[in-house]
Design a binder for this molecule. Structure first.
Ligand code: IFM
Length: 457
């Protein structure tokens, strides 16, 4: 056994998001979000389900806080639902909705758990989508006002803020690939959405700091190390393009480097942008987006290996291939590749130099259910997490300023277009009874946190 120790102040946590766990979709004045609309549109969610009830966390949050405490988890990342706080998108605040988060934060603090609040994890009020959503600039302005309201209400107690979760998903996956709400397939709109998401982040950073003195503010990106499937020039170019589409399109402007020129050229050539370029970008926008943050959140799930050539069924022109055999894929069909975490952390550190990094999500979907003894023996998830913790530690050894790690997810929940068919939780949720059962991975994680170390056979 090798024992790998983490720094004393390392933040071990777990993460969730509002639409995926809260339920209570119409309670206390919450309005419709784009995910309510999308999930209730036939054919959009694999198993035809939605987040109306989900894990019923809205009613059971005190038990869930007790669960976190019993697992020794001292850092908890959750998101605030915009349609609860400002049901009309902008304007009047719904105090009942806001109060829910005040109660949650108080319960966490009382249990000795630090809250990390994500302001936007995809549940845009539908009323704003009706105006064009993130494809339109006024949504960015509305986000800044909403951020001010939440930071003002919680900012005395919350000291870690994440503006957005995975803007790639909120733009490209949602407006171009059409797989997430609002389900559009319009590249121009996706590019506009990406810009307005980033702009809203940059404009919100100083507002949050002003409302929540002494707090740390950052943004979370989902990143994937990208490599060519072969040494051919065509595969290299496919990898360059995908890296630009997924990683650099967001990293570069956030760290003051403008949108990547090769990608702007590709988009103009493909007709996704007009010959004049990215006209949504107005004077001052890039300076705003590059607002200095206290940390960068990175969500890592898998690497991407690119093979050139168009695939008719994919929106995404070049083909993504997995090099590992199928037995090393999770139930999502994602390859297990722990070293990719070390690679992406090291790359971001060397190329962009964020002050501090958190892994704000990492985890795996495996369906492992309770056995006759009620125990959930999710060995694959445990091994997945262990190997990724080790990969993160290797990155720290080479200088990456990694401050914490949030397992995705605290509990099984609504996995977007895959519905309840995918289980990412370290805690099993029985959706009929709402019973929670910590899986073996959760019990093992409790030991990791207690020891602040990972034992590797
Ligand atoms: O469930 C999602 C989460 O909402 C955002 N990051 C990826 C997870 C797994 O797909």
């Amino acid at each position: 056994m090798t024992i790998i120790r983490f720094p004393n102040e390392f933040a071990w946590g777990a993460a969730t998001s509002s639409y995926q766990i809260e339920g209570a979709a119409t309670e206390d004045g919450r309005s419709e979000s784009i995910w309510d609309r999308f999930s209730k549109t036939p054919g959009k969610v694999e198993d035809g389900t939605n987040g109306d009830v989900a894990c019923d966390h809205y009613h059971r949050f005190r038990d869930d806080v007790a669960l976190l405490k019993s697992l020794g988890i001292k850092h908890y990342r959750f998101s605030v639902a915009w349609p609860r706080v400002i049901p009309t998108g902008r304007g009047k605040v719904n105090q009942a909705g806001l109060d829910f988060y005040g109660r949650l934060v108080d319960a966490l603090l009382e249990a000795g758990i630090e809250p990390y609040v994500t302001l936007y994890h995809w549940d845009l009020p539908q009323v704003l989508q009706d105006e064009g959503g993130w494809a339109r600039r006024p949504t960015a302005e509305a986000f800044v006002d909403y951020s001010r309201v939440v930071a003002r209400a919680l900012g005395d107690r919350v000291k870690k803020w994440i503006t957005h979760n995975e803007p790639w998903c909120a733009s490209m996956l949602s407006y171009w690939e059409g797989r997430h709400a609002p389900g559009l397939k319009d590249y121009r709109a996706a590019l506009a959405a990406s810009h307005h998401l980033l702009l809203s982040h940059g404009l919100a950073v100083p507002v949050i700091r002003a409302e929540s003195p002494g707090s740390e503010v950052g943004i979370t990106l989902n990143l994937t190390p990208t490599e060519p499937a072969s040494p051919s020039a065509a595969d290299h170019d496919a990898a360059r393009h995908f890296d630009g589409y997924f990683n650099r399109w967001f990293l570069d402007p956030l760290f003051g480097h403008h949108y990547p020129a090769d990608m702007v050229a590709d988009h103009i050539a493909a007709g996704h942008l007009p010959p004049e370029g990215f006209t949504e970008v107005k004077p001052g926008d890039l300076e705003a987006i590059a607002a200095k943050c206290d940390f960068l959140g990175i969500n890592y799930y898998n690497r991407t290996v690119m093979r050139s050539g168009k695939v008719p069924e994919a929106q995404n022109e070049p083909r993504t291939v997995f090099l590992a055999p199928e037995k090393e894929w999770t139930d999502m069909g994602w390859e297990v590749h722990a070293n990719g975490l070390r690679d992406i952390l090291t790359r971001v550190h060397l190329e962009y130099r964020p002050r501090k990094i958190y892994v704000t999500e990492n985890g795996a979907s495996y369906a492992t259910a309770p056995g006759p003894d009620g125990r959930v023996k999710d060995e694959k998830r445990l091994a997945f997490l262990r190997d990724h913790f080790v990969a993160a530690h290797r990155a720290m050894e080479s200088g990456v300023p990694l401050a914490g790690y949030f397992v995705w997810s605290l509990m099984d929940n609504f996995e977007w277009d895959r519905g309840y068919s995918q289980r990412f939780g370290i805690v099993w949720v029985d959706y009929k009874t709402q019973q929670r059962i910590p899986k073996d991975s959760a019990l093992w994680y409790r030991g990791v946190i207690a020891e602040n170390a990972v034992s590797v056979p």
